[in-house]
Write a protein of this length. Structure first.
Length: 420
């Protein structure tokens, strides 16, 4: 049952006091008028009737006005009570919706934890000389280390500073336009090598992975460059193939010029341009055995579901209209607390490649096609998950492998660079 508010009770009391005061003043006024009339009248019967009419004429309005005031107040109080009831029902509905959001959001956090706990990776441990299985958060550390290795090798493959030695001309224009949007200070060659290295780690270099990479690269990168690069990266075997892995390490001790000569021989041989006798003995040592497993086996099955679910968590949070930005950040911070430093590092790398730019740089969200101008810009800002939720603020130091975090995300207040 609806309870009257304090203001409503005060209004009723004020109305009652006003009515009583009005009656008292009316009676006093009536006395002041009637006493002289009674004093000067001759107690005749006709005078009594006149006095009665006078009394009725005076008292009726006096008592009618308080009644009118109280009636008005009753209607006003009922109206306010109805309005308050509507507000209470609306507040209750909002609380129910927020409660449903919280239930679902925290369930999504639980699913995220389960995704992390279920992941595992068996890999040769060079220090112990045997296979070792890592689980949950330790896996992300191994994957990130593999990315660092791959990036180092992709960088060593070519020392050209000409973007057209790497890029398809049309994609060069698109990539430069994107860089100008993100930060004109970005190095286009650094940007593309990160994308290539991460794609290799993500899809791997098996026959299936190679096919995916070729489709992915064919309209973006120089054909000769990426084909030779893939063949070069496929030379790296798993560490447990000790003899082959030693050859790979020896290849890296060569000068850049000698390494390229060997790689060109292998490239021409695989393309059918060189007969076997034209391959030097040194180059022949690196002919690819298609049967042996490549070092970069791929992590699509480990990372795709992880990133997809985490992305949906932040998208779901950002789509909420019943909570303000401060509350959204609070909930986002709770989810961020579940993410380890190496997970944040992988999120950072993923977000600056073509596989994960929806985290910040592109907007492919529902209903944005109907928005224009400032409204579209504001909506796009809401979906900048990395910045809005400071998702990678716990990354240590200022850079990784020379990749400066704040060049890509100048609005993230990294703990290592501030007291935020």
């Amino acid at each position: 049952m609806h309870q009257k508010t304090t203001k409503e009770n005060e209004a009723i009391k004020f109305g009652a006091r006003l009515s009583v005061l009005y009656v008292i003043l009316g009676v006093l006024g009536f006395a002041l008028i009637m006493l002289p009339m009674l004093y000067y009248s001759n107690s005749k019967l006709e005078n009594v009737g006149i006095i009665g009419d006078t009394v009725g004429g005076i008292l009726n309005p006096i008592f009618a006005v308080p009644a009118t005031i109280l009636t008005f107040l009753a209607f006003w109080v009922q109206y306010k009570a109805n309005e308050q009831q509507k507000l209470d029902l609306k507040d209750q509905r909002i609380r129910e919706l927020i409660g449903r959001f919280e239930d679902r959001f925290f369930e999504m956090i639980n699913i995220h934890r389960e995704n992390v706990n279920q992941i595992n990776y068996t890999k040769y441990d060079a220090e112990n000389g045997k296979m070792s299985t890592s689980e949950n958060r330790k896996v992300y550390k191994l994957i990130f280390q593999e990315f660092n290795e791959c990036l180092f090798e992709v960088r060593r493959f070519s020392n050209s500073v000409n973007p057209y030695d790497y890029l398809h001309p049309v994609h060069k224009l698109k990539l430069q336009s994107l860089i100008n949007k993100i930060n004109p200070k970005l190095d286009i060659i650094e940007f593309l090598t990160i994308d290539i290295a991460y794609s290799i780690v993500f899809y791997g270099l098996s026959e299936e992975g190679e096919n995916i990479l070729r489709v992915l690269f064919q309209n973006k990168y120089n054909n000769t460059y990426y084909y030779k690069l893939i063949k070069y990266m496929q030379l790296k075997p798993k560490r447990e193939r000790k003899i082959l892995f030693k050859r790979w390490e020896e290849l890296h001790t060569l000068t850049h010029e000698n390494r390229i000569l060997i790689l060109n021989q292998l490239y021409n041989y695989n393309k059918g341009k060189n007969p076997v006798k034209e391959i030097t003995e040194e180059a022949e040592n690196y002919l690819i055995e298609k049967k042996y497993s490549k070092y970069y086996g791929g992590h699509q099955h480990r990372l795709s579901h992880y990133f997809r679910h985490l992305f949906q968590c932040y998208k779901y949070l950002s789509n909420q209209t019943l909570i303000d930005r401060t509350d959204k950040y609070f909930y986002g911070k709770i989810l961020r607390a579940q993410i380890s430093t190496y997970e944040q590092a992988l999120i950072f790398i993923n977000s600056i490649t073509n596989l994960g730019m929806e985290w910040e740089y592109t907007s492919k969200y529902d209903n944005l096609e109907n928005l224009h101008g400032d409204e579209l810009i504001q909506k796009q800002k809401e979906f900048k998950f990395i910045t809005n939720y400071q998702l990678i603020k716990n990354l240590p130091g200022s850079h990784q492998m020379g990749i400066k975090y704040n060049i890509y995300y100048p609005e993230v207040k990294f703990e290592s660079l501030s007291n935020y």
